[in-house]
Ligand binder design. Structure first.
Ligand code: EPU
Length: 339
């Protein structure tokens, strides 16, 4: 196993801030991971496990050990005429996995095309886009318990999935490392085209097919979201707030054009991007950090931003949304520090 010392993390996270890690270890299989967890280095240093760093903000140098999975495999677990179960290693690039599913005519992952990140993190974060969430296809999450080094399997139900939420971000936070994920996909066409104008966009590009849905979603995403290889960002910076229907009705009376999505009889989800835009932040630059001009939910590194500059901008945005709408925006991005 390769353990590097004092390395720049600039290329290991999509915000691209120039921070360093004292140690960086990448394991390629479960045995190497278990060996690492038992090592003096792991026992003595603060540690943090990253995927492709597409949902993180390092607030400074990381004076400890960064772990990364290079477990790369995709295998068929079981198959009938109608369904297939696939297991993918935690280090597999998420979009490579979606591409594999689309190329093989397996239905269910296509709406999640081009989401940055890796398979392991997808199951922790419950990634979602265009009316689909990864929890809809996950059947099992395979993990190693950090304390014992023993393997466990979480069923979908045991993962307690919610919007950008799972047991791995709550009760089980810091206790397990995901090593692989099992998903179940359909071999018979099933499409999910109910999100906003998705179906119309797909039809504009041609027939309804897996390939066309993937291509349409890739085109929508690249039109709105900045490419992290060109401009540092971590996608949506905040989660979309879910507010009580009573409060939502009061706001709607003042802002009749407010977009919203009904969660239940008592709750509505409001797009954080819209709230931020209403506060005048869209396209604004503060020092080296900024708010993307095509999607106000995305904060960007304009070049040499530090993590703290981006945190400060996020705090300012949070404050203005709180003042104008009395809604607290909660970051989706995870702040990482070794302190
Ligand atoms: N909107 C604005 N101004 C903006 C941005 C959005 O008014 O600057 C409005 C749009 O007009 C639209 C609504 O907000 O009516 C929703 O916008 P969009 O479809 O772009 O989606 P979102 O709610 O902003 C969520 C996810 C994205 C995902 C898209 C598409 C969260 C936090 N974000 O964004 O996920 O790609 O839906 O499904 O749930 C991510 O998590 O990193 C991410 C990019």
């Amino acid at each position: 196993m390769k353990i590097s010392e004092n390395i720049s993390l600039k290329t290991y996270h999509t915000f691209g801030t120039d921070v360093k890690a004292a140690y960086f270890a990448e394991y390629t299989n479960i045995d190497e991971l278990v060996e690492l967890l038992g090592s003096d280095l792991f026992q003595q240093q603060p540690s943090f496990h990253i995927g492709s760093g597409s949902n993180l903000l390092f607030t400074g140098d990381f004076n400890g050990l960064i772990l990364h999975s290079a477990i790369h495999f995709i295998r068929v677990v079981s198959e009938t005429d109608q369904k297939i179960q696939l297991e993918a290693g935690s280090g597999v690039n998420w979009d490579d996995f979606v591409e594999y599913c689309v190329q093989n005519n397996y239905f269910g992952a296509e709406n999640l095309s081009l989401i940055p990140g890796e398979v392991g993190a997808s199951a922790v974060q419950n990634i979602g886009a265009y009316g689909a969430e990864v929890k809809d296809i996950i059947t099992e999450v395979h993990v190693i318990e950090i304390e014992s080094g023993k393997p466990f399997v979480f069923s979908n139900q045991e993962c307690r999935y919610g919007y950008r939420e799972s047991i791995f971000k709550k009760e089980a936070k810091g206790k397990y490392i995901v090593t692989s994920v099992v998903v179940e996909l359909s071999k018979i066409p099933v499409y999910q085209l109910g999100y906003q104008h998705l179906e119309a966009e797909v039809i504009k590009n041609g027939e309804i097919s897996l390939k066309n849905i993937r291509e349409t979603i890739i085109a929508i995403r690249t039109g709105k979201l900045p490419d992290p290889k060109v401009i540092g960002n971590a996608g949506s910076f905040f989660m979309n707030p879910v507010i009580p229907t009573t409060k939502f009705r009061e706001l709607l009376a003042t802002y009749p054009g407010m977009p919203h999505f009904t969660i239940s009889e008592t709750e509505e989800k409001v797009p954080a991007g819209w709230l931020i835009e209403q506060c005048g932040w869209k396209g604004k630059t503060v020092g080296n950090a900024g708010v993307h001009d095509k999607q106000a939910l995305v904060l960007v590194n304009k070049g040499n931003a530090t993590g703290n500059e981006i945190v400060q901008l996020a705090n300012e945005i949070q404050k203005s949304v709180q003042e104008k709408f009395n809604i607290l925006l909660v970051p989706e991005v995870i702040y990482v520090s070794s302190k």
